[in-house]
Design a protein around this ligand. Structure first.
Ligand code: ARG
Length: 570
């Protein structure tokens, strides 16, 4: 039970019995006294004073007089217009630790999502393009949300909406037919495909080679028509791309339930176009068919281009219908960069105009750009940072640090993976989504700052203390031994974890959990430096170990929800 919520409830009842008035939302009125000696919470009576036409000190006094102590509230005190509360800190400690022990590794989980389905469209990479760090955020935010929603009982469907449709694939086939050979592409993988594509562009630049250009279009037409040769080359390209992506997903511990991409919706756009026509929503404009969005202050949403082909948005609309019919989602999230804001606003509006009330359940979970050590990343300038290389380098660097810090550690390779990759994920999930990220090695891999390794290290420290003690204490502990401010601050941080997870889900903001991991770790470290955990006295030792075990558990839960491992030794 949340302490402030409890206080608010008691206050509400007390106000009711004293004045016959029902006042809601009291938890928001509560303040923290400037000096802890004055109490843990202060209730200001000034707002009530207006309502009741009575002086604030008088109200504080009247409310305080009949306020019976309970398991949470030790005593009250009136100071001017405030009614101050002293909490039962020992009781609080026992309550928090008891909750964590009871729930174990599921502490903070819940059932509130039971029976509700959330589709999450994330990562959604493009075929024949290298997996660069521009796709890190969508992958990790989506995966973290998947874990958090699942933790609260929702059924999640993780969808990798592959970018596998468009004329570029026809061009790629043409390039391959001209200059590629099977063995070389098989060996070179996506990099070899990219090269072929770049060459095609060079050769056709400024209308230099219209024949080649036309061949590209012809090959795409063949894909559309289901030509066997075209399809077999195309699906091979896809296989190659996914094979490389799968390696990255394995490193990141990311999974999907569906890989249905844009090509899957090619033959499902027809009914959408028909329905739009039937509902009178399609307008012809310069040969193309569009939905006018002028009244909503947006440019028109193109549905069919003048050559009769569909666009990205059309396929997204068809995909939304498919997902609604297949999963009957309560929410469908699109974890996609904010550059695509307009795209999503446009087609969400089109679905709404078609009269589907579930349009309101479509949500664009936007995020900012990633740059690397101060340089922006753009595929076109050739300055791309391949995600796999970044992760490998992170592991190498973590390995070097471990070699210096703990040369005697067993399975250093495995731990270096967990730390290096964890650092990258943590860095990516550290700020509010919408902020741009500039990735720096020294910041990501710092063991002391607000980083993944720091939090992991704190977790390993808890584990090490518990190992030395021969395990966590069993049975009841004496909470009155955990009344000091540092213990109480840690308890409060652990107590808040379930609410933080819920807020993160509500706002689709994994960083709230990331930040809370740092907070829990800092609180534990402060306590650890000021207190000898393995104290002489049995009772004290038990209480401190129980606190350590709870901290270990909560930090691990937090890290795991972000998709980060928590090694027991580092
Ligand atoms: N493949 C696209 C890109 O890399 C992202 C697709 C996002 N999902 C969607 N349903 N539009 O930009």
């Amino acid at each position: 039970m949340d302490y402030t919520e409890h206080l608010a409830q008691r206050l509400r009842a007390r106000i009711q019995e004293t004045y016959g008035a029902d006042v809601e939302g009291l938890s928001e009125w509560l303040e923290t006294p400037p000096d802890p000696k004055m109490g843990d919470h202060a209730f200001p009576c000034f707002r009530l004073s207006r309502q009741l036409r009575m002086a604030p000190p008088k109200i504080a006094q009247m409310l305080g007089e009949g306020f019976a102590p309970d398991a949470y509230i030790q005593r009250t005190e009136c100071v001017g217009g405030y009614l101050n509360f002293f909490l039962n800190k020992g009781g609080y400690a026992e309550e928090v630790l008891g909750n964590i022990q009871r729930m174990g590794d599921r502490y903070g989980s819940g059932e509130e999502g039971k029976g509700k389905t959330i589709c999450i469209d994330y990562s959604s990479i493009n075929i024949a393009k290298r997996f660069h760090i521009g796709h890190l955020s969508t992958t990790m935010i989506g995966s973290a949300l998947y874990k958090m929603y699942s933790y609260l009982g929702y059924t999640c469907v993780g969808i990798n909406h592959l970018g596998d449709w468009g004329t570029q694939f026809g061009k790629m086939i043409a390039a391959y037919i001209h200059w590629g050979d099977r063995e070389q592409v098989e060996k070179g993988g996506v990099a070899a495909l990219s090269e072929l594509y770049v060459r095609f562009h060079k050769e056709t630049e400024d209308g230099k080679n219209p024949t080649l250009e036309a061949e590209g279009h012809e090959w795409f037409r063949k894909i559309e028509e289901g030509d066997e040769q075209a399809l077999s080359i195309f699906s091979w390209f896809k296989e190659l791309t996914l094979k490389e992506a799968e390696r990255v997903y394995d490193m990141l511990g990311v999974k999907f339930d569906s890989y249905l991409g844009e090509s899957f919706y090619f033959d499902k756009t027809g009914p959408v176009v028909e329905e739009l026509k039937a509902k009178g929503l399609l307008k012809q404009s310069q040969g193309a068919y569009v939905v006018d969005l002028e009244p909503y202050k947006m440019p028109p949403c193109i549905i069919l281009k003048s050559d009769g082909t569909t666009i990205y948005a059309t396929r997204d609309i068809a995909a939304a219908f498919y997902r609604k019919a297949t999963y009957n989602f309560d929410k469908c999230l699109y974890v996609v960069a904010y550059q695509q804001n307009l795209h999503f606003r446009q087609w969400f509006k089109v679905v709404e105009l078609m009269g589907y009330p579930w349009a309101k359940d479509l949500e664009h979970v936007a995020f900012g750009m990633v740059s690397y050590e101060g340089q922006s990343l753009s595929t076109r300038s050739g300055h791309v940072l391949i995600l796999e290389e970044l992760l490998e380098r992170a592991v190498e660097k973590a390995r070097e640090i471990i070699e210096v810090k703990s040369p005697q550690l067993e399975n250093k390779d495995e731990i270096a993976k967990q730390v290096g990759i964890g650092a990258v994920i943590f860095f990516d999930l550290f700020n509010s989504r919408i902020k741009d990220i500039d990735f720096y090695w020294d910041r990501a891999l710092n063991f002391d700052g607000e980083t993944g390794p720091y939090v992991q290290y704190t977790h390993a420290r808890c584990c090490s203390v518990l190992r030395k003690a021969g395990g966590a204490p069993e049975g009841q502990i004496d909470g009155s031994l955990l009344q000091d401010p540092l213990a109480q601050a840690l308890l409060r941080a652990l107590d808040e974890l379930p609410a933080v997870i819920r807020e993160a889900v509500k706002r689709n903001e994994p960083y709230l959990v990331t930040r809370h991991c740092v907070q829990m770790a800092q609180c534990y470290n402060r306590y650890y430096y000021e207190n000898q955990i393995l104290a002489e006295e049995e009772d004290v030792r038990r209480a401190r170990l129980a606190l350590t075990d709870a901290a270990r558990r909560c930090i691990r839960i937090g890290l795991n929800l972000l998709g980060i491992q928590a090694p027991e030794k580092m």
